[in-house]
Design a protein around this ligand. Sequence first.
Ligand code: ADP
Ligand code: ADP
Ligand code: MG
Length: 667
Amino acid sequence: MFKRILIANRGEIACRIIKTARRLGIAAVAVYSDADKDALHVEMADQAVRIGPPPAAESYLSIEAIVEACRSSHVEAVHPGYGFLSEQAAFPRALAKAGVVFIGPHPDAIDAMGDKIAAKQAAAKAKVSTVPGYQGEIADEAQAQKVAAEIGYPVMIKAAAGGGGKGLRIARDKAEVAEGFLRARSEAKSSFGDDRVFVEKYIENPRHIEIQVLGDKYGNVIHLGERECSIQRRNQKIVEEAPSPLLDETTRKKMGAQAVALAKAVGYDSAGTVEFVAAQDKSFYFLEMNTRLQVEHPVTELVTGFDLVEQMIRVAAGEKLSIRQSDVKLKGSAVETRIYAEDPYRNFLPSTGRLTRYWPPAETVKGGVTVRVDTGVTEGSEISLFYDPMIAKLVTHAPTRAGAITAQADALDSFVIDGIRHNIPFLAALMQLERWKAGQLSTGFITEEFPKGFHPAAPAGEAGQTLAAVAAAIDHVLGERKRRISGQRLDAAVTRERRRVVRLGDSEFVLDINREDDGLAVRFDGDAKRHVVSSDWKPGGALWTGTVDNDPLTVQVRPVLNGFELMHCGTDVRAYVFTEREAEVARVVPPRIAADGGKAVRCPMPGQVVSIAVTEGQEVKAGEALAVVEAMKMENVLRAERDGVVRRIHARPGESLAVDAVILEFA
Ligand code: ADP
Ligand code: ADP
Ligand code: MG
């Protein structure tokens, strides 16, 4: 076994690999760019080596810098994690020259699977079912149209070198094929430096299901079941689970056997993933093979009980696989959500800044339920715009899928992040959707369920009452504390009014609240039932955990002027608890309106101006592009929200802007 390995990565995956290395008694060496000198992975490692300035091309993507770090730290092997150099065959080749072992597959397997056309041909040869289509490169538009007509519409045009959802185009008729062919080709050229494209059948209403495979250097290959990753936004996975609610045992066996056959065909000797697209009738077709550890590997670890990083390290060190196919049993159900630094209320624009508060839920194993947090940050960490916006993965496991979903929803409710915008409210809302709970998934899920973006409604009905009762209870506890301050008149003439008007977003609840033997008793007007709220929440706490009528719940509490903000199950509302008199007054006092009359276009996140699309004096229509701002590897187009005339432009291309900096003003 190795004594010392280097992790050529950062963030949560570097931390996750260090944990396994430590458990196996292997010293872990981290690498870092200047942007990461105080990062968690650096702190966790036994040694850390600086590899360059913040841009990834000069640090985490520099083979030279990492090979040099291996030399100076005397490691025997390197784990690449995912992303960065993990799927570049040149990296293991350079390591081999330096006498360092690559903890991943041999470079020829990476080459064979890196090209989608070649991979599809290899798959077909290994009798893997592939998406119907033309098995080769398409030369021009005319050929694309001919092939599309043969396959039958709709078709998908794909870049041979594609990845990360780039270079994909759906075409539903002849004209779309011509246009899609040209656009896929130019996107492939600019993104991958390789303009080869191919055409295949577009599977309607598809699901993304993938098989985890594991091989060693002696020709043994097994699979560890599947993961379903159909919940995607712009072809990027957001929620993953194992096992898939679609598959039955027979389909699982067939899919697993095909994945193993393909892996064997390329002499696969590490952990890898064979991706399939599946139709709702359970027919499935090979998509591509990812020759690395996948982001969503934890769900497989939780249902199989095997540590994939450990297995990768062992086979790289030359050990034989100690797991046989018959040892692989899927137990229970696991769900993973990806926590991203992005603003779900502003079309998921990336968000950067310092984590002023970061309290992930506790990692626990209790009553058959596991909560696991794979995180790459701590309170005080800076989310910079140089790297991927994913900051953590939250994974839950339970005996049933419903149990794993409930555990995930609870864990999301108690995950507190302040200082940046994040997608936890969106994930929490998603967990509540009936269609998700029923497992009726497809890659179009998010577009279909959130056609107009994410605009959560304030909780109504019973959920509204529950939250109103919690708001009244919080206010009551605050009041009790104020009343304990010394020097006040506390004679019998002064009693706290029991009657309260709770305003939650746009709805109002009128209730009576009183401390009784079993907790705070709440009675709503027009509802005979007495509700009991109990919690040991203390003023100042960001997490309110307790029960309402014995049902446990967790609510996040943040103070705002005259009230507080409550976050629960994806809703995020302002709550005000008034006496009846206060409520009357509040109704006639106009709410404060932001001073800015809406004439300024502000930068929604810190970033760099790529281009300004308009000039001073120009007339623009709503929806027209005004400027492009780059942040976190993404170019974000800012569009006009209404018609108008540009009066002044304040920002220049190349300029770095803070959040809310004025880019331009309308007349
Ligand atoms: P990438 O390398 O970018 O991950 P993939 O080939 O894995 O590209 O495809 C990305 C996503 O696009 C898949 O998860 C699936 O949702 C969708 N997709 C790809 N090919 C097809 C197809 N033939 N029919 C339907 N959907 C597809
Ligand atoms: P707060 O708004 O500070 O939470 P309450 O809403 O419980 O306080 O109080 C409602 C009203 O009851 C107050 O505006 C005040 O008129 C009266 N009150 C309650 N407790 C006291 C007290 N200890 N001393 C004086 N007045 C009190
Ligand atoms: Mg893929």
